[in-house]
Design a protein around this ligand. Structure first.
Ligand SMILES: *Cc1c(COP(=O)(O)O)cnc(C)c1O
Length: 396
């Protein structure tokens, strides 16, 4: 939980600015707010860091990916290639916009592969919702080429990949729009929040209106603007944005420490010849949030992860984790919804209760992820790594 590890004076200061004026709302109230525009400043920091022309902050990462998909024109009945390995929010966003997920294979990049996408295509496929899992980029050159070849819209869920670059360009800028999460568990947090980025003005404007009941935010007569579209409320509040602002200013330090600490862990694990590592197309661009490695078999990975946990080394074993892998998504298998949505009634290209994704099963089955601290000293990480290696060695 890197962002929360560094919560301190700076966050408190930004929040106090808001508390002193009482303007908790991101728009208007110019006279009362004493010059504090935390959401705007937060957005500027994200735009500056990522190099995006536009950044739009909203109430969650789920809201950000929803805005990105909606602004890209994804809606009722559209088939969208999705990944079986992600935090569920990605697929929820697709389904609640009325679109239909098609699950495709990932590979050792931990993300959808170009090959997997191509195999899953139907004549009706409209878009790819690409998730950059565990802090690093997918194989973007190959995936962009597939999207171009088949005329597919690319939207990036970079919920876990703030700080990740691909060949010098920040993730989230390779398709129509990208989304970040700033929830409590991400590299930078604002409690609850998310940011959508894009280089396209039209896409930005659509997301901006969509996330605030269709208000176009032109002029300063709040609530009396024009409403070019129907929308919803996905607004972020100033208190949350204030925390996000302080955290963005720490991102360079977070990344630097994670990079050092990741190297220590990875170098230690390299002494175990039976292990292989996540395929990083651009290792330089990794945000270093996790060290991801593969055990020789699924059984060995499961046993090792349990043993590590029992010895106080918390690792993620996603294969049996409740939220991140398709095997646990009973509500998707059964399409259990509280009220009817389009996936409940439209013809579906796949039987979600009977999907065959052997490559993804193999990859996630053997995968163990070690979270990298943004606070621990090199010595603490060395000690943890030595313990990690001695336990893993018993199970390879
Ligand atoms: C965390 C996450 C989300 C959802 O973000 P929230 O802010 O919790 O709504 C979406 N996609 C991915 C890949 C995530 O990891």
């Amino acid at each position: 939980m890197p962002g929360t590890e560094l919560f301190g004076e700076e966050e408190r200061k930004e929040v106090n600015d808001v508390l002193e004026t009482g303007v908790l709302f991101r728009y208007g109230h110019d006279a009362q707010r004493n010059g504090h525009w935390k959401t705007r400043d937060f957005e500027s920091e994200v735009a500056k860091f990522t190099g995006a022309k536009y950044a739009h902050a909203v109430s969650s990462g789920t809201a950000a990916i929803t805005c990105a998909l909606a602004a890209a024109g994804i809606g009722y009945g559209d088939e969208v290639i999705c990944t079986p390995y992600t935090f569920m929010a990605t697929n929820e966003a697709v389904m609640f916009l009325g679109a239909i997920p098609i699950f495709a294979e990932i590979d050792e990049t931990l993300c959808l592969s170009a090959e997997g996408i191509e195999k899953a295509l139907t004549p009706n496929t409209k878009a790819v919702c690409l998730v950059h899992m565990c802090g690093a980029a997918a194989d973007l050159d190959a995936i962009q080429a597939v999207c171009k070849k088949h005329n597919l819209i690319l939207v990036e869920d970079a919920g876990q990949a703030l700080g990740a670059f691909y060949k010098g360009k920040h993730v989230g800028l390779f398709g129509v729009a990208g989304a970040f999460s700033f929830d409590f568990f991400k590299i930078a947090t604002c409690g609850e929040g998310g940011v959508m980025i894009t280089d396209n003005e039209e896409t930005y404007k659509k997301a901006d209106t969509y996330s605030d009941h269709g208000h176009d935010h032109i002029g300063s007569n709040r609530g009396m603007e024009n409403h070019p579209y129907l929308g919803l409320n996905y607004r972020i509040g100033e208190m949350n944005a204030a925390v996000g602002l302080a955290q963005m200013r720490k991102l360079d330090v977070i990344l630097k420490t994670q990079k050092r600490n990741k190297k220590i862990i990875k170098d230690a694990l390299k002494n175990i010849p039976e292990l292989t590592f996540r395929h990083l197309i651009d290792e330089e661009g990794d945000s270093c949030t996790f060290v991801n490695f593969f055990m020789p078999t699924q059984k060995k990975a499961q046993v090792a992860a349990a043993d590590l946990g029992a010895n106080g080394i918390g690792v993620a074993y996603w294969y049996t984790n409740m939220y991140h892998f398709i095997n646990q998504w009973d509500h998707v298998h059964n399409l259990s919804t509280i009220s009817k949505i389009p996936v409940n009634v439209l013809p579906l290209p796949q039987d979600y209760s009977n999907l065959e994704l052997p490559k993804s099963q193999d990859v996630v089955g053997r995968l163990i992820s070690v979270g990298v601290s943004a606070k621990k000293s090199a010595q603490e990480v060395e000690e943890m790594s030595a313990k990690l290696v001695s336990i893993i060695k018993k199970h390879v």
